[in-house]
Design a protein around this ligand. Structure first.
Ligand SMILES: [Zn+2]
Length: 240
């Protein structure tokens, strides 16, 4: 239970860090697979990575700054132990089909995965920046998380490939393999810490000459055990 909670808290915490810092690694590439049997055989792909956070953005038409950017040295180094989507063309088609965007050429769809040590939660987001809505924001959609309003004025005239993850809150769709790995990992960590704490507590009691289990004063006579709680004493044989 504590393992599940820590799993979620760490994933969300890592996701929130992206709001305050730029990605440690950004790559922009074009993918083309003419033999793909799916609808779109070509995607532009932008990858943003933070420590424990992985974002892929798919779009169909070239945008400005769609060029590789050097890896920045950062404390938020990338970590991608489990990548559940190896075929990127398939992944892009799946996302475009799921959102069914109105303006194909003005749509950027992102899929964000967060978690440590494995990616455990995911969310898909869409931004359509063809024209601002009457309230001055761009049209957005999110599946599996919460997405900030996107102020059109902030991005007008520069259709750069900015990260959706930096406007994403609390993704909640589990990636089950990663979710189970992380839950097991944090459960182990909690158990190890509890065991260590117990060892320290017992050692401190014994240094004061007390029974490590019930704090009964043994005056450092540990060989005969504890008359109070029976520590290191033979269980009395039950009378037949
Ligand atoms: Zn005792």
């Amino acid at each position: 239970m504590l393992g599940v909670l820590l799993n979620l808290l760490v994933a969300w915490g890592l996701g929130l860090l992206t709001h305050t810092t730029d990605a440690a690694d950004q790559r922009m590439i074009q993918l083309y697979n003419p033999s793909s049997t799916t609808v779109h055989t070509r995607f532009y792909l932008a990858v943003h990575q933070w420590f424990g956070v992985h974002e892929r953005q798919f779009y169909l038409t070239r945008r400005s700054r769609a060029r590789p950017e050097p890896k920045r040295i950062s404390v938020f180094w990338t970590w991608l132990p489990a990548d559940p989507a190896p075929d990127v063309i398939e992944e892009g088609n799946r996302l475009f089909e799921a959102f069914n965007p109105e303006h194909l050429d003005n749509t950027v769809i992102s899929t964000t995965r967060v978690g440590f040590p494995a990616l455990a939660l995911s969310c898909d987001t869409l931004v359509d920046d063809l024209a601002p809505l009457p309230d001055g924001t761009y049209s957005t959609m999110a599946k599996g998380g919460f997405f900030d309003r996107v102020e059109a004025a902030q991005f007008a005239g520069k259709p750069a490939i900015w990260s959706h993850t930096q406007r994403l809150w609390f993704p909640y769709r589990p990636i089950w393999s990663g979710f189970l790995i992380n839950t097991a990992f944090y459960t182990l960590v909690v158990c190890a810490l509890a065991w260590l704490w117990r060892q320290i507590k017992h050692a401190r009691r014994m240094r004061r000459g007390l029974c490590p289990f019930c704090k009964y004063q043994l005056s450092y006579d540990f060989t005969t055990g504890c008359p109070e709680c029976g520590w290191r004493r033979q269980q009395p044989a039950k009378a037949p």
